[in-house]
Design a protein around this ligand. Structure first.
Ligand code: OAD
Length: 258
């Protein structure tokens, strides 16, 4: 077994109790209006109503902090420990569960950022800062941060308001914040690509699957829904495995390790 590349999406954390993006629980109410994540998780929305957008993210942060890594996250750590630098993980998830399960952070590219950090909304630097520990846990749904709480989310360098360190829907990938080139390079180096729980709704994951196809490496997909690449996976020498991450990933990894 040579370089094994994993790509994960919200589906791997579903059985930890974190709602997926496109599942039915995704809505958010502000005043009398319901927003979809695709409307609220944008830089345009953040500029217009930073307090409301921060309220949503701090609530989500609280949900993620209360969740625990599940056996699928743990199985990936076991594989990393077994094969070391031949393992690499690209994740779209901002929940922090992969790192909490025990991965070496150097081998995990978090291409959409994470819910536990913020950075300058004016981009005065690429530095990211931890969100204070008490902002998020037990956050009531719909609560807005107070003026004092927002003060604690200011850029440490220039004093501008901080923003969640996540890739918003109206933003593009880059290397500095989302490891765009590094992730693509890993796909060019990989001998197999394993994908768990993503709908392939964003650009970079699609590019990784396309690179795998062009190179003719085996593509394995675990997801209850076939999605756009199941047939490619079947034809690639890998396979599409229909079902949940917790049910299917640990036994697949045990077979790889043996
Ligand atoms: P989605 O919510 O779009 O898709 C979740 C995927 O997980 C779907 O294909 C489900 O079928 C699958 N799924 C659900 N339960 C599962 C389970 N128990 N085991 C395995 N798979 C399961 O989430 P993502 O594909 O991660 O981006 O979404 C990609 C990105 O879009 C997110 O990172 C976020 C979002 O908008 C940004 O914030 C930029």
């Amino acid at each position: 077994m040579e370089l094994v590349l994993f790509l994960t999406g919200a589906g791997i954390s579903a059985e930890s109790g974190i709602p997926t993006f496109r599942g039915p629980e995704g809505y958010w109410q502000i005043g009398s209006r319901n927003y979809r994540p695709t409307e609220l998780a944008t830089f345009a929305a953040f500029r217009e109503m930073p307090s409301e957008v921060w309220g949503w993210y701090l609530y989500r942060r609280g949900v993620c902090l209360a969740a625990e890594p599940n056996p699928a996250h743990v199985a990936l750590v076991r594989l990393e420990r077994a094969i070391g630098e031949r393992f690499h993980l690209i994740t779209q998830n901002v929940d922090g569960l992969h790192l909490r399960a025990g991965h070496d952070p150097e081998r995990v590219y978090r291409i959409h950022g994470d819910l536990h950090s913020f950075r300058c909304m004016e981009d005065c630097s690429f530095d990211v800062h931890p969100i204070p520990d008490d902002l998020g846990p037990k956050w009531e749904k719909g609560r807005l941060p107070t003026a004092d709480e927002l003060e604690r989310l200011r850029c440490k360098h220039c004093g501008a308001l901080g923003r969640p360190h996540v890739l918003f829907f109206d933003e593009s990938y880059n290397e500095e914040l989302s490891y765009f080139e590094s992730a693509r390079r890993k796909a060019f180096d990989a001998d197999a690509l394993f994908v768990v729980g993503t709908s392939f709704a964003t650009n970079l994951p699609n590019q990784l699957a396309a690179i795998a196809e062009t190179r003719g490496i085996p593509l394995y997909i675990i997801d209850p829904e076939p999605g756009p690449y199941a047939r490619l996976a079947e034809a690639s020498g890998g396979g599409y495995f229909q079902g949940s991450a917790v049910e299917l990933l640990p036994p697949l990894i045990e077979r790889e390790i043996d």
